[in-house]
Structures are given as structure tokens and as C-alpha cells.
Design a protein around this ligand. Structure first.
Ligand code: SF4
Length: 471
């Protein structure tokens, strides 16, 4: 087992035993569940909207290169710069160079998981540049010195009391009470100063619209607009999979994203940006850069069976529905993208040997498949990853032997009956000599947390025949 797999098991066991943590997550996720269910009712036909969204994103994934080139041409024609970054290193280097050339001392950043992916903040801070997160949840986790817990709601794991204590310690001059509204106001006072001081704003993108040559950004706090329009320089850093063909597609993608994420009809601020401040305009940056990040995405694209993972619009719905995520939380995964989408993508992008274990952080309940607004069959991808993990030789020997025996046994009814007979005999014998159910080989992980049921004398098939099908 890899070191990362061991760390995951330890962190997951700790978190799932932490009942306070589970209660916080349950409360927060339950409130999203209710809002999302209500939000879907606002659609005349939610399933038709999902089908449209899946088709548009599928079309984009199949035409990634020409669409990105079209987007680039339009941005450059308006005086913007587009940089194609093959790796996280490339992207970091380019952004640090832009900051250095512009003598930047302070950066404000709106929410972007891609900046987490490329570890941008430590690189900028190494240059002596202060970076402030401006999304409230991101600011909270930044002040706690920890990564986001969730791709849409980064501070989902915290209670109001924990945030109050944090602000009292870190933002004492801005505190003026402890209600939800007063805590938001404290962050707002603090961030206003950061916005006015910043020479550079960094944002992500929800979509890159090819035919319009526009970056589409959705936020709820208005921080995105301030980040992208107040500072002198604006850098967008985004994955290449965010491109979509047409402006009109936003008519469905924006509401589908907002509804799946938080249940809103559309996010409070929906912004389109096409370049630096043009002549005669009163606001907007003087310099505008878009960094198009590959960082393993073309490897996913090259895999015909799994390229549909690039359709993801990062709505977070699959995380909220996942029973594993709800038990072990976002930090146990130790990945930029946790939950089903992270478990499916990370092993492909970062290596099956180190990350293949995440493919097993799944009960195959398929809840994620049913909520994904772009119809990605996440459970199928997790199964496919398991297949690769085993066939590439990275699975445990016991697992390989176990599945070989299972394959042999399920190839015929007699073999299956023999395996059942053998399993019952061995288990009864082990229990008879006083072996603890917690030490029963492959059953140990199950019996560690659950009572061992009585081992039946006869198989189900024998009972069926004996009772003539009546139970
Ligand atoms: S895989 Fe689907 S449900 Fe999960 S974040 Fe992406 S779009 Fe949302």
C-alpha cells in the first residue's frame, strides 16, 4: 500500500469517528440538498437542461483545440495576452513573471481551484508578494492556514463559533459583533482595504466562451468583480477544459451550475470579461492575461473512455451527495479536488500508483451520477480506475488473489456453490477456535465496525430448494 493510501485511511478513520465534524457537515450539506431540490423545480424540464449541458460540454471536449484557438484570437485582438501553460510550473512561472514586471506588492484573488492546483500562493509569497483571498470561505481557510474543504464552499466544515474565534484572533480591528451578518461585515471591512491596495487581481474562470472571446465568472459576493476590475493587472488562470462554443450556451450552463451548486436560479454576480480596459471605458485593468492550463488534461482527453471527465463544471453536487465525502470530509482526500470527481480525475492526472486508492473511496451507490448536471458517469470512471489500478500491477496481492478467486467462482454455479461452502466452513471454524471477527482476513474491515452476523449452515440456494421457494 502506498504512503498516500495509508495516510488516507488514517485521516478517513479519524474524521469519520469525529461526530462533531459529521454533524457540522450533515447540517451544511442538508441545507444545500433542500435548496438544490427546490431550485430544480424552477426548471420547466431539469432533465432536458442536463441533457443540453452535457451535449454542449461534450461538443467542447471534442473540439477543444479549435475552440481555444478561437477564444485566444479574440482576446489577443482586444489587447489581452494568452499563455498556454503545459504544467503547473509553467503557469506559476508566467504569473510570477507578470507580477515581477509590474512591481506587484499585493494581490487579491477571487475563488479559483486551479490556483490551488498549481500552488500559486506560496510561489507569490516567496517573492514577497502578499496575496489575499477575497471569497469569504477562502479567506477563512487562508486565515486558518489550511486548504479549501470543498470546491464550492471552502469553509463548509466550520461552525459560526469557530469563525468568530478565528476573526477575533486574526481580524480584531474589524470585528464589531458575532452574528452571521457582523462576521461578514468584518471580512468586508478587512477586504476593502486589500482591494484598494492591490496592484494585481487573479481569478479563475467558470467558462471560456469561444465565439465571443469572453471569460465568464460566477460569484455570489461581488468579490470577483472587484478582483477583476479594480487592480491595474488582471490574470485569469483556468483549465483548458473550461471552453464552451457559444455565448448562448451560457443561457443554460449558468443556471444549471448555480442550481446544482447552491440551489440558486443563477449566482448573484455573473460577469463576462473580454480583455483589458478599452479606450473610453472607465474601469477595468490596464493589462489582461489568460493562462490556459493543461497540467495533465490532455492525458485525460487522449483517453477516449474517460475524456468525458473534462465536461465537469465544478458545481460540487457530486461531493454533497457522496456518502464517503459526507463521512470523511474534504481534507482526508489530500487532493485539490476531493469527492467523486477528484477520486476519478486525480489518479489519471497524478498517477495511478500513488492515487489509485481513491478509486476505492466509493460505495458505488451512483448518487453522484444522478446529480451531475453534465451527466458524467462518475461511478463508471471509478470502476475503470480500479480496473487500471489492478491491471497496472499496483493493487495489493491479497486483492489480486481475491478477485482471481472471485472470477473463477462466478464463472459457474457449481464453483460458486463450492466457494460458498468453503467460506462458511472456514469462517465457522475460525470463530469456533475463538478467533475475533475483527481478525477475519478480508472481512476484518467490515467486522471492525459492525456485528458479525451468524454464519448460516446452508447456502441460500439450498434453503430455497428445501423450502420450495417459500421463506
Ligand atoms: S462531476 Fe458533475 S457533479 Fe461533480 S463537480 Fe463536476 S459537474 Fe458537478
Amino acid at each position: 500500500m502506498s504512503r498516500l493510501a495509508e495516510e488516507f485511511l488514517i485521516a478517513a478513520a479519524q474524521k469519520s469517528a469525529d461526530l462533531t465534524h459529521r454533524a457540522t457537515i450533515k447540517r451544511n450539506v442538508d441545507s444545500y440538498d433542500t435548496a438544490v431540490a427546490k431550485g430544480k423545480l424552477r426548471f420547466a424540464d431539469w432533465e432536458a437542461a442536463r441533457t443540453y449541458a452535457a451535449r454542449v460540454k461534450g461538443e467542447a471536449v471534442s473540439n477543444l483545440a479549435p475552440l481555444l484557438e478561437e477564444f485566444e484570437r479574440k482576446i489577443v485582438a482586444r489587447g489581452g495576452h494568452v499563455y498556454w501553460a503545459e504544467t503547473a510550473d509553467d503557469a506559476r512561472q508566467y504569473i510570477c513573471d507578470v507580477a515581477r514586471k509590474n512591481n506587484v506588492k499585493t494581490v487579491v484573488k477571487s475563488k479559483s481551484m486551479v490556483t490551488e492546483e498549481i500552488h500559486l500562493l506560496p510561489a507569490l509569497e516567496k517573492l514577497g508578494i502578499k496575496v489575499w483571498e477575497t471569497d469569504l470561505g477562502e479567506l477563512i481557510v487562508q486565515l486558518r492556514n489550511e486548504p479549501p474543504y470543498h470546491i464550492v464552499t471552502p469553509a463548509m466544515h466550520l461552525t459560526r463559533e469557530q469563525i468568530r474565534d478565528l476573526f477575533q484572533q486574526k481580524l480584531p480591528d474589524d470585528m464589531n459583533g458575532e452574528s452571521h451578518q457582523e462576521l461578514v461585515a468584518a471580512a468586508r471591512r478587512f477586504l476593502r482595504r486589500a482591494f484598494f491596495a492591490a496592484e494585481m487581481g487573479i481569478s479563475g474562470a467558470n467558462f471560456l466562451v469561444a465565439d465571443a472571446g469572453m471569460v465568464a465568472i460566477s460569484t455570489n459576493e461581488g468579490n470577483g468583480r472587484l478582483t477583476t476590475s479594480l487592480p491595474r493587472v488582471h490574470v485569469v488562470v483556468t483549465g483548458i477544459e473550461k471552453v464552451i462554443p457559444r455565448l448562448e450556451d451560457l443561457g443554460v450552463l449558468w443556471p444549471v451550475l448555480a442550481t446544482s451548486g447552491t440551489g440558486q436560479p443563477i449566482t448573484t454576480y455573473s460577469t463576462l470579461i473580454g480583455g483589458p480596459r478599452a479606450e473610453g471605458e472607465v474601469d477595468g485593468p490596464e493589462e489582461f492575461h489568460v493562462v490556459l492550463l493543461d497540467n495533465g488534461r490532455t492525458e485525460v482527453l487522449a483517453d477516449e473512455e474517460q475524456q468525458e471527465l473534462l465536461r465537469c463544471i465544478r458545481c460540487g453536487a457530486c461531493l454533497n451527495k457522496c456518502p464517503v465525502y459526507r463521512s470523511v470530509g474534504g481534507h482526508a482526500f489530500n487532493t485539490t479536488y476531493p469527492g467523486p470527481i477528484g477520486s476519478a480525475l486525480t489518479p489519471i492526472v497524478n498517477g495511478m500508483k500513488d492515487w489509485g486508492h481513491l478509486s476505492y473511496a466509493c460505495s458505488l451507490c451512483t448518487a453522484c451520477d444522478s446529480v451531475c448536471p453534465v451527466k458524467i458517469k462518475l461511478s463508471g470512471h471509478l470502476l475503470e480506475n480500479r480496473r487500471k489500478y489492478v491491471s497496472e500491477g499496483d493493487a495489493k496481492t491479497s486483492e489480486k488473489v481475491g478477485f482471481s478467486v472471485f472470477r473463477w467462482a462466478t464463472a459457474g454455479p457449481r464453483r460458486f456453490a463450492l466457494l460458498g461452502w468453503f467460506g462458511r466452513k472456514i469462517t465457522r471454524a475460525a470463530l469456533a477456535i475463538g478467533m475475533s471477527p475483527h481478525a477475519l482476513g478480508p472481512l476484518a474491515s467490515w467486522t471492525k465496525y459492525r456485528a458479525m452476523p451468524d454464519v448460516p449452515k446452508d447456502s441460500f440456494r439450498a434453503l430455497w430448494e428445501k423450502n420450495d421457494g417459500n421463506f
